[in-house]
Design a protein around this ligand. Structure first.
Ligand SMILES: [Fe+2]
Length: 429
């Protein structure tokens, strides 16, 4: 005779049983990281290594770190299955880019700055003499346009609370709240960028020898830090648009970040190869993993989404190469061999062309102050160097505003085409 309890057990679907098991068992996790999955909320283990300048910024902003820092997401709220994770932010809404219909000369913003420095010809501008926290709406709109055109814009010596940073991000659109990332206490959507903490708490095995390994073989080597070239959150239905990293603890030397322009990467290609790539789509995967409900014992799987590999920017109207070594896995319609070879070449166009990159040296400010980089993630890749090897504190907060649904407009132009710059292919063959 079958007992009542057995009958009840049989009535629970296998995926529900697995979900309950994972949520209730210490040490069982769906993600890739080896984290203590029982812990959530403010983490006391972060406090002993919290840099002094970060502590000052947080406490000046009234953020309670008495119980710990940073906050870890509640395990009961982290999706277990890939379909649940993919359903987050899968809704339809109208995205209006704030950079649209603003003064192309950006007089309100640039006229108020004491200095505007283009760091390279093709990418990167530094604005001097303005505090991000004081910008008017008109200046914020013009800043969005400047970022869309110059790809990344920098502001040093900023007094910027995490709350204000979030407010600016929310002004530009919907702020991404990551289901697994650590965040500033009480402020989901302000992700903490702090490799020293990830090394200490998640066992991230980052060394001088391995910190670049994935720049050679993204399949074979596990993610080690952020020195691998990448574009944030390309698996989202609307991948990250305006992205704002504020570093409030900066090494005296080291920890520079590199960005490369997707507009310029596209223009590095031959006109014939551009035609081949225009309109093609690829699969983009998430950094974090979740279980497949139909095959939960196969281990964590990434969320997968399909996007065009050449995107047309909704404001500048310029085409941009939208692939990255970390998260673009295969071009649809090609054999895996063809896709691998082409993607490898396209990744290297970003990584090997120093003339379409900017390397930014962050400079320490007085305690409680920091430096901001705001980039258009739709038209760029970035890579954070780890030459300081964790010996000097480096801590930041990132607010990501999600952008438009990626689109390819066959009638759009490349940046150089639109600006009337040379596309001469002499000596190209
Ligand atoms: Fe990143």
């Amino acid at each position: 005779m079958t007992s009542t309890s057995t009958l009840k057990l049989q009535a629970v679907p296998v995926d529900k049983e697995i979900e309950n098991l994972i949520r209730s068992t210490k040490g069982l996790s769906v993600g890739y990281s080896e984290q203590d999955t029982q812990h959530f909320g403010p983490d006391p283990d972060g406090l002993p290594i919290l840099p002094e300048s970060t502590r000052k910024r947080l406490t000046d902003a009234g953020i309670d770190i008495s119980q710990g820092y940073p906050s870890r997401p509640d395990k009961s709220l982290i999706p277990v299955f890939v379909d649940e994770a993919a359903a987050i932010r899968d809704d339809d809404y109208e995205y209006v880019d704030r950079a649209k219909n603003v003064d192309p000369e950006k007089k309100a913003l640039l006229g108020a700055a004491t200095e505007v420095i283009n760091l390279t010809k093709h990418i990167g501008t530094e604005i001097v003499g303005l505090q991000l926290s004081d910008l008017t709406d008109q200046q914020r709109d013009e800043l969005a346009l400047l970022v869309a055109e110059r790809v990344v814009v920098f502001f040093r010596d900023q007094k910027l609370s995490p709350q204000k940073q979030r407010e600016i991000g929310a002004y530009w659109g919907r702020v991404e709240e990551h289901p697994q990332a650590s965040y500033v206490n009480g402020l989901p959507g302000i992700s903490v960028i702090w490799l020293d903490y990830f090394r200490k708490s998640f066992g991230l095995n980052l060394t001088f020898k391995n910190n670049n390994a994935r720049n050679w073989d993204p399949v074979k080597h596990k993610v080690q830090g952020t020195q691998v070239w990448h574009t944030d959150l390309t698996h989202e239905k609307r991948p990250a648009g305006y992205t704002h990293l504020h570093l409030d603890a900066i090494p005296e030397t080291g920890g520079d970040t590199n960005w490369a322009s997707g507009y310029a990467a596209y223009d590095k290609l031959s006109e014939e190869f551009k035609k081949f790539l225009d309109g093609k789509e690829a699969v983009y995967v998430s950094a974090h993993g979740y279980l497949d409900r139909k095959n939960p014992f196969a281990g964590p799987k990434s969320i997968e989404r399909v996007h065009p590999i050449i995107r047309t920017h909704p404001v500048t109207g310029w085409k941009s190469l939208f692939v990255n070594r970390s998260y673009t896995k295969r071009i649809l319609g090609l054999s895996s061999v063809e896709s691998d070879i082409i993607l490898k070449y396209l990744f290297e166009v970003f990584e090997k062309n120093a003339d379409i990159q900017v390397r930014f040296k962050w400079t320490p400010s007085k305690p409680g102050y920091g430096t901001s980089a705001i980039w258009d993630n739709r038209v760029s890749q970035h890579s954070a160097t780890w030459d300081h090897e964790g010996k000097d504190a480096r801590h930041g907060t990132r607010v990501t505003t999600l952008g438009d649904l990626p689109k390819f407009d066959p009638n759009s132009k490349s940046q150089r085409e639109a600006l009337g710059l040379s596309l001469d292919e002499k000596d190209f063959y």
